[in-house]
Design a binder for this molecule. Structure first.
Ligand SMILES: Cc1cc2nc3c(=O)[nH]c(=O)nc-3n(C[C@H](O)[C@H](O)[C@H](O)COP(=O)(O)OP(=O)(O)OC[C@H]3O[C@@H](n4cnc5c(N)ncnc54)[C@H](O)[C@@H]3O)c2cc1C
Length: 402
């Protein structure tokens, strides 16, 4: 018997086959290398087709650029795209927009804020960054000192943010600022949205060990934003950002490296190629075999847990503190995969450049280095464990005070 989801799957399959430009199959979404003029035009055509269909942010309301689909339908879209070598570039193009700012604006925003900001995110035309961390406020985010002062119709913002992903290429920033210094540190914080293209904002990219520079130091020197850009009530930014961070962790439950793609060989295939097999056809290293199996069991239990939570919520996943559990298990899986791949490849796995290394080997070492960031961004592994012990297990707070 065919159900509605099967019918939907068939429709998606046909639509992707007709609309996805074949020239983009296998493309890395502009993450690596040179892009020809022709590829750029096809890329733009595909972005526009997805945006018109509301599939850039498919679960959002139609009036804000989405398609009002269920999580189950959104998953089918990404599965069917994957099968045909297609992809949805809009979440990447919108920076922190689709996964974090957008869902938080949907919950806390005024009608005016939703109407002005969400369509630009859902179409991938406006990129957002997030100015939360500061040099002296990372895990202890509530210690932030960037301040916003009331100046009639606007706020004037001064201070420094750090690790601001995509700040140098974003048009808008969601920033956490201090609006009252006379109260407890979590009580005097507000969440404001500000345009990046203005005299008072400057950015300085920071290079990562993997060779890329995904984030910046961001400086606010008398930067301004209109008061209508305050998201949620004044001085209640801590509640807004806690919610935003849950959305961030939720989006990281499938944590992957930037160049990960479904057509890469599996770990088992790599193991057979690099380590070889014994006379019984088993991986020719018993210790590695056991660790590989343990890792594959981790992968399977993570994916079953994500599936169970989705199933229990009948396709409508509520973002909650449980996102911290999933973020940490996704981190274990992603980093475990990189470590094992590196080990399997041996010397071939640690090449940085040169003809002796294949493209997969070179990208693997970059993935491995990039993957170190997964247990830091979105709140570190240890901080997630603190959240799990306090908010899920109900253990007493022993560390973060204030
Ligand atoms: C790739 C990447 C992208 C990022 N993008 C952004 C962005 O776009 N916007 C933004 O605002 N920030 C961003 N960040 C910053 C990120 O949120 C912070 O790095 C993170 O919250 C940790 O803060 P910190 O670096 O100041 O480390 P610290 O808070 O100084 O922590 C250092 C170490 O101490 C441990 N630690 C700290 N407190 C505790 C505690 N209470 N209990 C146990 N252990 C503890 C941590 O786990 C960590 O191992 C990004 C980071 C990375 C790596």
């Amino acid at each position: 018997m065919t159900n509605n989801l099967d019918v939907f799957r068939e429709e998606v399959e046909v639509w992707v086959a007709e609309q996805f430009p074949k020239s983009l199959v296998g493309s890395t979404m502009g993450l690596e290398g040179e892009t020809s003029e022709e590829a750029k035009a096809d890329f733009e055509l595909w972005r526009q087709r997805l945006a018109d269909k509301g599939w850039g942010a498919p679960t959002w309301p139609k009036e804000y650029g989405g398609a009002e689909l269920s999580d189950a339908e959104a998953k089918i879209i990404s599965q069917e795209m994957g099968k045909q070598g297609a992809f949805n570039p809009i979440p990447l193009m919108a920076g922190m927009g689709v996964t974090m700012v957008g869902p938080t604006v949907l919950e806390y925003g005024t009608e005016d804020q939703k109407a002005r900001h969400l369509p630009g995110i859902a179409s991938g035309k406006i990129r957002w960054c997030l100015g939360l961390s500061e040099p002296n406020a990372g895990s202890d985010l509530a210690s932030l000192s960037t301040r916003a002062e009331d100046d009639g119709d606007t706020y004037v913002i001064n201070g420094q943010k750090i690790w601001t992903s995509g700040a140098d290429i974003s048009q808008w920033c969601g920033a956490l600022v201090r609006t009252d210094s006379s109260v407890g540190k979590r009580d005097g914080i507000s969440f404001v949205m500000l345009p990046m293209d203005q005299k008072g904002v400057s950015t300085k990219p920071i290079q990562l060990i993997s060779g890329i520079s995904p984030f910046c130091e961001t400086f606010f020197d008398d930067a301004r934003t209109d008061k209508k850009e305050l998201l949620g009530p004044l001085n209640e930014g801590w509640s807004v950002v806690k919610r935003l961070l849950q959305h961030e962790r939720q989006s990281q439950t499938q944590a992957r490296s930037p160049s990960a793609s479904s057509n890469k060989p599996s770990l088992q295939e790599l193991a057979k190629t690099y380590v070889g097999v014994d006379s019984a056809g088993r991986l020719d290293d018993p210790d590695l075999r056991v660790r590989l199996i343990e890792h594959l069991m981790d992968v399977q239990s993570h994916s079953l847990t994500v599936g169970r939570i989705t199933e229990e919520a009948r396709g409508k996943v509520e973002v909650s503190a449980a996102a911290s559990i999933l973020k940490n298990s996704a981190t274990r899986v992603a980093q475990g995969n990189s470590e094992l791949t590196l080990e399997l490849m041996g010397n071939q796995g640690v090449g940085w450049e040169g003809e002796n290394f294949s493209a997969d080997e070179l990208s693997n070492v970059r993935d491995w280095l990039w993957g170190k960031a997964i247990s830091i961004y979105g709140g570190s592994y240890e901080v997630q464990n603190n959240i799990i012990s306090k908010n899920i297990l109900g253990l007493p707070e022993t560390t973060q005070k204030g």
